[in-house]
Design a protein around this ligand. Structure first.
Ligand SMILES: Nc1nc2c(ncn2[C@@H]2O[C@H](COP(=O)(O)OP(=O)(O)O)[C@@H](O)[C@H]2O)c(=O)[nH]1
Ligand SMILES: [Mg+2]
Length: 370
């Protein structure tokens, strides 16, 4: 390893498995004696990802309030603050799942402005099979508009490697179908099939990311109007709440109940979920529950195994609908589940919005790539 910091960014649609993948990469590098810093990113404050990764013991900085491309300088400042007395060997970065054009606006500017400080690893983009398959097949009823689908397609187009995730859930036929769809659309992009959950396929992934070479050079031909409109079709909610009860309850059951009830309400409204994630933090434990598609079940991605009376709850929801509606459904859900568990909820900071038009700090043109 040279003195330069290795910069590994892993993109992909909302709920594709970026955070799970980064945690796995971080554990791997740390097990080989390297130091690792992680940067998370969101359009608003109160990030489930930051809290979840910090709770797992990682050194995490966050860019909250806008995406890496629009807050490029914040990304660099955040990276600079990671590490104790010296920069980490590896920076792992997770961009917002509704962002694309990240090679032109993040990787290339890093290369061009900070050439000696960073060594750029291959840019990996994760394919979320549930929604990815439908979008790549142009199937009706994806739950997302063609403009939101455009973002997922552009994300894959700029990848140095596409990671087909969740192979633990895929049959051989389903995996073969994804390979065929990707062959047709992105024939020149290497592909790895992995499960961020089980670790299957990660040996090849570690090897791929270890390569030294010219990566992050696929500059998109992209229509920013379509991209902006696609992003703005998503409703965003980040909310923090304090839950308290006079008697102990199971934190894991509570988190799953929240996500299950919210799923029911969203499905009743005919809506597709891009990603619902809820973290519950008690004094000694934490748990995370997720839903990444209306076709899948809510899951407890990190179990707390805790009984508790006091929980700091953070809800992040990204759904293809009016953010105010998500806000109402979250409020009704929390109320109902608190009643069932004999608990009370106090709502803290809540942000509901549609992401604004991306206005990158820098954008490197195709004829100026390094
Ligand atoms: N079954 C399965 N679930 C996964 C896999 N990777 C991620 N998940 C789950 O998918 C959800 C979203 O993952 P996350 O890493 O938060 O996605 P992100 O939004 O891209 O960061 C979580 O519940 C994860 O546990 C996988 O390989 N298999
Ligand atoms: Mg994430």
């Amino acid at each position: 390893m040279t003195d330069s910091v290795r910069f590994i960014m892993v993109g992909g649609f909302l709920g594709a498995g970026k955070t799970t993948t980064l945690a796995r990469l971080a554990r791997h590098y740390m097990s080989t004696g390297l130091t690792v810093g992680i940067v998370t990113n969101d359009q608003a404050a109160d990030l489930v990802d930051t809290k979840s990764l910090r709770s797992q013991g990682f050194d995490v900085g966050e860019v909250a309030g806008a995406c890496f491309c629009c807050r490029f300088d914040d990304l660099i400042l955040t990276i600079e603050k990671l590490g104790l007395d010296k920069a980490p060997d590896i920076i792992l970065a997770e961009p917002v799942g509704s962002c694309t054009d990240l090679v032109a606006t993040v990787i290339q500017p890093i290369k061009q402005l900070y050439q000696s400080r960073f060594q750029i690893a291959p840019y990996g983009v994760i394919l979320k099979p549930s929604q990815g398959r439908k979008i790549l097949k142009n199937e009706p009823g994806t739950g997302f508009s063609p403009k939101a689908a455009y973002i997922l397609e552009k994300q894959l187009e700029e990848a140095d490697v596409i990671l087909i995730n969740r192979i633990d859930e895929l049959t051989a036929d389903e995996l073969a179908e994804l390979h065929a769809l990707l062959d047709a659309r992105y024939p020149d992009t290497p592909r790895l099939a992995v499960s961020a959950k089980t670790g299957s396929g990660f040996e090849a992934c570690f090897e791929f990311f270890d390569q030294v070479g010219e990566f992050g050079r696929r500059i998109l031909d992209i229509d920013y109007d379509t991209y902006a409109e696609g992003e703005a079709e998503l409703g965003w909610l980040n909310s923090s709440l304090q839950i308290s009860s006079l008697r102990d309850f199971s934190l894991d059951n509570f988190l799953l109940a929240i996500v299950s009830e919210l799923k029911t309400r969203l499905v009743n409204e005919g809506l597709e979920v891009a990603h619902l994630k809820v973290i519950g933090l008690s004094a000694a434990a934490f748990g995370v529950s997720n839903l990444v598609s209306r076709d899948l079940s809510p899951e407890l991605s990190l179990a707390s195994h805790a009984q508790t009376r006091e929980v700091d709850l953070v809800v992040n929801a990204r759904v293809a609908c009016d953010p105010e509606l998500i806000g109402q459904l979250v409020q009704q859900t929390v109320q109902k589940i608190c009643d069932e568990f004999g608990a009370n909820a106090k709502t803290g900071n809540t942000q509901m919005f549609r992401p604004g038009r991306p206005q990158p700090t820098h954008r490197v043109a195709a004829d100026a790539v390094l």
